[in-house]
Write a protein that binds this ligand. Structure first.
Ligand code: SAH
Length: 223
């Protein structure tokens, strides 16, 4: 499934800069052509402040204000590839919208995406960015995502882009049978990226690699 983004009116940086990023992702082991194609066609520069947009196609996390970051393209690719590889992506829940970059990537590969962000101005920015790209299969919620979003569950996939110390039980409970949760788990300095698969009442964990995300915080902020 591919929901194409609409690039009319979006300034594009040089093809060479973007191809260099794609090469880097492949060098680091990303294999899914679907994921690589979507990263290629997603303009990451629109998610950044103008002062940083010249660095948009570097494979690094960058600040987006409010002490938060836009995820590193490699990590976005890795998480998306792991979810895509392990089953269908009809209904996806994302915790930690930020400025919406990961949301844009997954929304091009899933039927519907539900995304939750605790900092209201970031959620508003993400809404604007995703509208600009013409992606319409996304529902937004402002609030604390650690409880999940029961109304639309169960989900085929849940991805969390902020790290809790321990996996919130509600997220596990909102997985469909065969559903997958991908989540960084652990303290400040370093976490492990875990992929958890639900089979009936059982949960199987695979540890993917070491990662560094901002912490999953409790409660929500208006500004
Ligand atoms: N997905 C983003 C990365 C955002 S960084 C991207 O693709 O670039 C992680 C985000 O998680 C931050 O915006 C932070 O505010 C948010 N966050 C942290 N704890 C949260 C919680 N409990 N509920 C919802 N969002 C949360």
């Amino acid at each position: 499934m591919q929901n194409k983004i609409n690039l009319n009116g979006i300034g594009m940086t040089s093809r060479r800069t973007r191809e260099r990023l794609l090469g880097r992702l492949m060098d680091q082991g990303i294999q899914s052509m679907e994921v690589l194609d979507v990263i290629r066609s997603t303009p990451r520069h629109i998610f950044l402040d103008e002062a940083l947009s010249h660095r948009a196609y570097e494979d690094v996390a960058l600040p987006i204000g409010f002490n938060q970051t836009i995820s590193q393209p490699y990590v976005v690719a890795k998480m998306t590839e792991a979810l895509l590889r392990s089953g269908p992506l009809e209904k996806v829940l994302e915790i930690g919208t930020g400025c919406g970059y990961q949301t844009a990537v997954i929304a091009q590969l899933a039927k519907s995406v539900y995304t939750i962000e605790r900092i209201r101005p970031l959620m508003e920015r993400a809404k604007k960015n995703l509208k600009l790209l013409g992606l319409r299969n996304i529902d937004f919620m402002h609030g604390d995502g650690s409880g999940g979003w029961e109304k639309y569950g169960p989900y085929d996939a849940i991805l969390t882009t902020a790290a809790p110390q321990q996996i919130p039980g509600n997220l596990l409970m909102q997985l469909a049978d065969g559903g997958r949760l991908i989540i960084p788990v652990g303290g400040d300095a370093r976490q492990e990226l875990q992929l958890i698969t639900r089979e009936g009442g059982e949960f199987h964990t695979t540890i993917l690699e070491a990662v560094r995300f901002v912490p999953l915080l409790v409660g929500s902020l208006q500004h």
